[in-house]
Design a binder for this molecule. Sequence first.
Ligand code: MGD
Ligand code: MGD
Ligand code: SF4
Ligand code: MO
Length: 675
Amino acid sequence: MSGELRVLGACPLDCPDGCSWVVTVEDGEAVKLRGNPDHPYTRGALCVKVNRYLEHTRADDRILYPMRRTGPKGSGRFERISWDEALDEISARLRGIVEEHGGEAIWPYQGTGSLGYLQGCEGAAGRRFWNVLGASKHWLNICSSAGTTGLTLSNGTAGGMDTEDFALSRLILLWGTNPLTSGHHLWKFVQEARANGAYVVAIDPIRTRTADQADEHLAIRPGTDAALALGLLNVVLAEGAQDEEYLAAHTEGWEAFREEILAYPVERVAEITGIPAEAVHSLGTRLARTRPTAIRATMGIQRHEGGGTAMRTINAIAAVTGDWRHPGGGVAYSTSGHVHLNIDPRDDLLARPVRTRTMTRLASELESVKCLWVYGANPLGSTSDSGAIRRGLAREDLFTVVMEHFPTDTVDYADIVLPATMQIEHADLHAGYGHMYLHWNEPAVEPPGECLSTTETFRRLARHMGMTEPSLYDSDLELAEQLLASDHPSLEGVTLDRLRKEGWVRMNYPKPFTPFAEGFPTRAGRTRFPSRGKAYVPSLSAREGGRGPYPLTLITPAAHTFLNTTFANNPELRRRAKDPVVLVNPADAAARGLESGRPARVHNGGGEFLAVVEVSDRVARGVVAAPKGHWPKHVPGGANPNEVVREADADHGRGAVYHDNLVEVTACPADGAGS
Ligand SMILES: Nc1nc2c(c(=O)[nH]1)N[C@H]1C(S)=C(S)[C@@H](COP(=O)(O)OP(=O)(O)OC[C@H]3O[C@@H](n4cnc5c(=O)[nH]c(N)nc54)[C@H](O)[C@@H]3O)O[C@H]1N2
Ligand SMILES: Nc1nc2c(c(=O)[nH]1)N[C@H]1C(S)=C(S)[C@@H](COP(=O)(O)OP(=O)(O)OC[C@H]3O[C@@H](n4cnc5c(=O)[nH]c(N)nc54)[C@H](O)[C@@H]3O)O[C@H]1N2
Ligand code: SF4
Ligand SMILES: [Mo]
């Protein structure tokens, strides 16, 4: 048909797969969205969620105009206003707050709604504006910072294997990761390896979709992974399978780490991890005898108090076995460490240094904040200790602005709501944290209503406030050029023209890729093993689970049909997600009189949420699981699992502890309270 156009773009969501997509546009309207068949990682497939993205852009509840609150905070009652009115009010309030309380009383709270380098968090959109204003900085620790910081301490980068090289592996450990739900494009490489005889092991307290498909599943006690890693290495040493040459050339602290390993014989590890000694021994033997071994460890493990260390100790396996030198061997956490775009935080625009506020500490830090500016985030659905956040957001003297697509629980507390463009309506530059490609997302259609992109919103606001700093007004294409102006060899020849023409480009890394075959990007050029006595830091649940008034460890993993809280308002995806459930082991259920299909309270000293019990041997004794993502206002009781998630920090990077909380589960009275 005439007027039909194919526009190349990219999925913006916080997902390792970073898919490349093709939008078909007819007469100015997006009529089809498909995974890019030419892209080596996407290979034509999106996922159950994003297959509905176009429908989502046209949803009835899409926010299309600026709005001002008319009801009490939390009521979600608004009136439509013009952009000029919104910018007037915002400018006046921001100026007043800076004068009276200083810029640091403003918290630009940016989440992971888009990982774009222009519109989203990877490039910290809006940062220039906030620096000119002198606002607080924002530490986006909500997702992966414990693992990233821990791994960087060891290897000098959190980047590791190219996940496509899993196809070359002979033994694959899927460790604290559930790719069939949280990033399924890895699976085709796992299957390729299997076709060549690879053995696949899932290590997870939950028998996930992924564990179902593995050759073996080890139901580990939460927060004890570092002990398992040490136990496996104990067997490797007993077999004499360590790579002495690699250890001598490329590692630091081996003698002390070796002693640490010797302190974790299989029987002790079995006791700590709850995995039978024979299973630890047999996997250790397999690991000792199989090169290359690839370990996929993503964010699940590091959402614990000892999570950063756990990642470091698991990472150490590949140095002891020498797997780093074999194509198809090593550890893959995130490839974002291999992305060397020219990201400049523009601290030069700050008149003086400012404090940094920590994303998951919103509940306690909010007290000293006068303006909370939320974009790409839904703290009432996604951030720790959401009950306290709700109380904080109700404060009358807090000025809250939310840039959004949809009327989330957080939007309900906004003073001003600003309508944001979705991915097919704006330009952006993307990477994927599970692969080695960069993408350009070309706008495919005009924004609906009065939606504006993040970059355009900040340009207009700067102009409205009379700011004179020229770089505040750089266009999207100029911003993209600046990001690509990197002298790192991985980006040589990667130009904006080329990206716009081709849609995606592989960064200049060899294929296969053995990043640490010849050493590490640390000062000494060596990987640093965790130090003596510090290779296993037990999490709260490992220390105190099974005892006290809250003996059960709650894990809150990725929901299959949502992405964090994104899509949880799509009727079909919500229908498929079913009501909030809590999985309880049969023995724990029997001890508490819990029955499948009946409502229960999941609670601790911090709060409670309601869920329907599902008695299941998918969770080990002592572990309960409730997926993240439901909007609190959609569910009975008005709360999701973050009501019982603590504000505590992991051992590295102040990471969040979403899988390290102790709870009790109590049946609701038979009159159906709460449903
Ligand atoms: N469908 C869907 N996909 C998503 C998301 C989503 O919400 N839904 N979220 C996206 C985002 S933001 C991210 S960061 C990634 C996260 O995706 P993943 O990295 O897969 O993270 P999680 O789902 O938090 O946890 C993965 C697994 O770790 C397990 N786990 C928890 N604690 C432990 C432990 O102590 N030891 C071990 N060995 N395992 C443990 C959990 O049971 C879970 O099965 O996925 C992205 N993809
Ligand atoms: N219990 C529990 N909680 C968790 C986790 C867990 O494992 N368990 N995982 C954590 C993880 S890994 C993450 S990453 C965080 C995510 O937490 P958040 O960063 O708060 O992400 P979302 O909840 O998906 O909310 C993102 C919002 O941004 C909006 N948005 C998307 N794109 C844009 C845009 O371009 N512009 C604007 N203005 N808005 C946009 C979406 O509509 C959505 O409402 O949640 C964390 N919360
Ligand atoms: S959410 Fe992940 S798998 Fe789905 S389209 Fe986006 S990048 Fe691909
Ligand atoms: Mo995340």
